[in-house]
Design a protein around this ligand. Structure first.
Ligand code: ACO
Length: 376
């Protein structure tokens, strides 16, 4: 008991299970000295510079990089799996307007669990590949878009679908890189939620639906949309500086800054910031970029806080023409590969995740029934 109290005292001091190692995992390193962020041993910088999202999804799910032939087959397989079952399309259409796209994706995954339940003994990648392929179709269908099924990559499929025409190569590559950056990040809140659900021997669709719910919150994936709303609320860098200082004085959080694990920078932020800078080719874009940079400076000067992946992803997505309300859903399209890798890893060596709490409620109390039963 004394040992439990001692351990708990440490956990409580920082809160939120910060610094607690919850399990072994061979998928990703986050902020480990000398390694930084890496997926299955490959640095995020190398992957972002030269790989594609499909290659990374294969790597996360299968453990090794695909050969050129495997990658070609995998791309073809994902293209096949993009098709929406008509029953799912019909059910998505029956959801009343007004729900967020995160709600639609969560419901879509859940419905798919009814229509295509996991089969006993099914190859572990079946559900993973299906979800990687079909989630963008759910999003596009719900937006009333035609599905450009012929597109080779997820990035091209998404952008082509949203724009209604083939996107320029540069935008395609920016979205591809952002999907790589968003694909995996160890035991973040949504991934951990998925692992908790799967640890009860529940099904993958339930775990993914839970993970989508966890990702939706502004302290996690929802931060990219909030960051955009903040950036576009300022007309110029001076206004942004005054506005952010004001918010900090009121003890408000600035979304897109800070991180639970990184302490001086988020290695993904520089990569996506470079892309945002590269795509800022109009007066309006350059103004927005200058506003973002000024916010970054104020946050560092005032709080020693740095932008996380969500901050510059917000304007990179704006420059790619992605509507703000789809930023967090696009995060889902990438992170599904990481979630499914963790679901498979948890299953391979499962132990029910069930911590304990320290009771702080009332002491023993006498129960007095509200109505005394008449005894005959
Ligand atoms: N803006 C202003 N202050 C902040 C911010 C921020 N973005 N982040 C942390 N702080 C401050 C807190 O107010 C707190 O100050 P205090 O000690 O004076 O009370 C201190 O820094 C510690 O913050 P916590 O929230 O307790 O630290 P935690 O490790 O729990 O936070 C988190 C991590 C949730 C990411 C936090 O930095 C935050 O809320 N950031 C904004 C949301 C965000 O950008 N989320 C995206 C995460 S990355 C991703 O999902 C890809």
């Amino acid at each position: 008991m004394a040992e439990i109290e001692r351990t708990y005292a440490k956990v409580k001091k920082v809160g939120g299970l910060a610094g607690i190692v919850a399990a072994d995992s061979a998928i990703c390193t986050v902020g480990i000295e000398g390694r930084g962020l890496s997926y299955r041993g490959y640095s995020i910088e190398d992957l972002a510079a030269s790989s594609s999202f499909e290659e990374v999804a294969w790597l996360l799910l299968r453990g090794n990089l695909p050969s050129p032939a495997e990658l070609e087959d995998y791309r073809a397989r994902l293209r096949e799996l993009r098709r929406l079952p008509p029953a799912l399309a019909g059910m998505l259409d029956s959801i009343p307007p007004g729900d967020t796209m995160m709600g639609i994706l969560r419901t879509g995954v859940s419905l798919l669990g009814n229509l295509e339940p996991e089969r006993q003994g099914e190859a572990p990648y079946e559900v993973a590949d299906r979800l990687v392929a079909v989630l963008p179709s759910i999003l596009l269908h719900r937006r009333g878009k035609k599905l450009p099924l012929e597109e080779q990559s997820l990035a091209g499929y998404l952008l082509h679908g949203l724009r209604g025409s083939a996107p320029p190569e540069e935008l395609r590559r920016c979205v591809d890189v952002s999907l790589i950056l968003y694909a995996e990040h160890e035991f973040n809140a949504s991934t951990f939620a998925a692992r908790v659900i799967i640890s009860t021997l529940s099904d993958a669709h339930s775990a993914v639906a839970g993970a989508i719910g966890a990702l939706a919150g502004p302290l996690h994936g929802g931060a990219n949309e909030e960051a955009m709303r903040l950036i576009e609320s300022y007309a110029d860098p001076r206004e942004a500086e005054a506005g952010v200082r004001d918010r900090l004085e009121r003890k408000e959080k600035i979304m897109g800054f800070g991180h639970r694990i990184y302490t001086v920078s988020d290695p993904r932020s520089g990569v996506i910031k470079d892309w945002a800078a590269r795509l800022a080719d109009t007066e309006e874009h350059r103004r927005m970029f200058a506003v973002a940079e000024r916010i970054e400076k104020v946050m560092w000067d005032e709080k020693k806080l740095f932008p996380n992946l969500d901050f510059y992803s917000a304007i990179a997505y704006r420059f790619c023409g992605i509507p703000t309300e789809l930023y967090t859903p696009v995060f889902v399209l990438a992170r599904i590969s990481g979630w499914m890798a963790h679901i498979m890893e948890q299953r391979a060596n499962n132990k029910l995740i069930r911590p304990i709490s320290r009771y702080t409620g009332p002491g023993p109390r006498e129960y007095v029934p509200l109505v005394k039963e008449e005894r005959t």
